[in-house]
Design a protein around this ligand. Structure first.
Ligand code: S3P
Length: 450
């Protein structure tokens, strides 16, 4: 589990063209939900393409602790024999979600309307993140949470014995909070209503419908109103997990900034609630095209072709797009360093409560590498130096954050001097094949002696 092991310093050397195909792993959001929903229905759910990163493996362990049978058949093929809605058993151990905010928040929701008491913990990063955003709505169902100051893990949640349905307006744009409330609503009688003012990733809604729940979505003046009928019988499913656009972001951005590159990233899920980065890169002048656009399992899918783009320009990224690319700002800020002009990113306060404070982590590393960054509470601007002009040549802190580590490794492919990070071990939480995949394209990302 990241943060519990030995740090792995890594270096990325400026490299020649990146060329070839990059087969990135399964989608992290859909992988977590496949395991959790599989555990909440009766029968056997079959999953292929599961992301076998540490975050998802921690969720698999947790589902076993709640009484589901989770089996790894190899090569991303897994089965889950569920216990049914309301069937979770009380785990006899603390649930350790490692580095995963998605894992812990979704599981807390799923367990909060069962009469069981569960204690949750995580690594140093997760134990510093706010859980009140989830435990506040769960209290409305009747669950009680006691954690550390500021609503931090470790935390014990006493599930509601007689849950009541809730109507909840999500105060921050967060799919994790929305999903926690919907998963809790599964075991409450009557209708649970969740309202979000800004649309966030909608995998939970789509998958709940796929598993047989009655769920409607309506766009109203109040926002996106999601209504779920409680206590359904969920039916086991066969799930093919699409490849993760948030992981695709790294080889795509690496190709865009590295001279001579031409990389194909096949089979990427392009759900509009996830694809904001690719639109932004195109607006910046990146040579990025969707090939072979198609629909799979109700989701748009395409092969992404990214080529070196010498004439990138900074843009103002519309705040309304933030939720659809929230995990991609670290690597976007790297691309911005190689653009001419200012890339202005507004309405991104949520970046401050991710696996790290991502504005702070990126700003520190970019500045050390010779790039000017201005920042405020919910915005930041990268003042681009243009292609070939980014110095690099420093070691930066990854702050237990996989996306910070990968963003700086991508940066080192095109800076004048190599970039290194103090600890690349968190990369295994979401993209365990990152080093091999990048090496296969021609990158020189190497482990160093501590
Ligand atoms: C996720 C939601 C996002 C995202 C995270 C995955 C999900 O977090 O950053 O990586 O699967 O629901 P928030 O909901 O906190 O924005």
């Amino acid at each position: 589990m990241s943060g519990h092991g030995t740090p792995i310093p890594m270096i990325s050397h400026p490299c020649g063209p990146l060329v070839g195909e990059a087969h990135v792993p399964g989608d992290k959001s859909i992988s977590h939900r496949s395991l959790i929903l599989g555990a909440m229905c009766i029968g056997e759910t079959r999953i292929t393409g599961l992301l076998e990163g540490e975050d998802v493996l921690d969720t698999a362990k947790a589902m076993q602790a709640f009484g589901a049978t989770v089996t790894n058949h190899g090569d991303g093929a897994w089965t889950v024999s569920g216990v049914g809605v309301g069937g979770f058993a009380e785990p006899d151990q603390v649930i350790d979600c490692g580095n995963s905010g998605t894992g812990v928040r979704l599981i807390m929701g799923a367990a909060a309307t069962s009469p069981i008491t569960v204690t949750y913990t995580g690594d140093a990063s997760l134990n510093g993140r706010p859980m009140g955003r989830v435990t506040d709505p769960l209290a409305l169902f009747g669950a009680q949470a006691v954690g550390r100051a500021g609503g931090r893990l470790p935390m014990t949640v006493v599930g509601a014995r007689a849950p009541v349905p809730v109507r909840y307006v999500v105060p921050v744009p967060s799919a994790q909070v929305k999903s926690a409330v919907l998963l809790a609503g599964l075991n409450a009688p009557g209708q649970t209503v969740v309202i979000e003012k800004e649309a966030t990733r909608d995998h939970t809604e789509r998958m709940l419908q796929g598993f047989g729940a009655t769920l409607t979505v309506e766009d109203t003046d109040e926002g996106r109103v999601i209504t779920l009928d409680g206590q359904p019988e969920l039916a086991a499913q066969t799930i093919v997990v699409p490849r993760d656009p948030s992981s695709a972001a790294f080889p795509v951005c690496a190709a865009i900034i590295t001279p001579g590159s031409d990389v194909l990233v096949p089979n990427i899920g392009l759900n509009p609630t996830r694809a904001g980065l690719f639109t932004t890169l195109q607006e910046m002048g990146a040579d990025l095209v969707y090939e072979n656009m198609r629909e799979e399992g109700g989701e748009p899918v395409a092969d992404l072709r990214a080529k070196f783009s010498p004439d990138l320009r900074g843009i103002a990224v519309p705040p309304a797009r933030a939720a659809s690319m929230i995990d991609e700002y670290p690597v976007l800020s790297v691309v911005a360093a190689f653009a001419e002009g200012v890339t202005d990113m507004q309405g991104v306060k949520e970046l401050r409560v991710k696996e790290s404070d991502r504005i702070d982590a990126m700003a520190k590393g970019l500045r050390a590498a010779g790039v000017r960054v201005d920042e405020g509470l919910d915005w930041w601007k990268v003042i681009g130096l243009g292609h070939g002009n980014v110095p690099g040549g420093v070691r930066v802190a990854s702050q237990l954050d996989h996306r910070i580590a990968m963003a700086f490794m991508v940066m080192g492919m095109a800076t004048q001097e190599p970039m290194s990070v103090d600890d690349g071990s968190p990369i295994a939480t979401s993209f365990p094949i990152f080093e091999d995949l990048m090496a296969g394209l021609g990158a020189q990302v190497l482990r160093m002696d501590a």
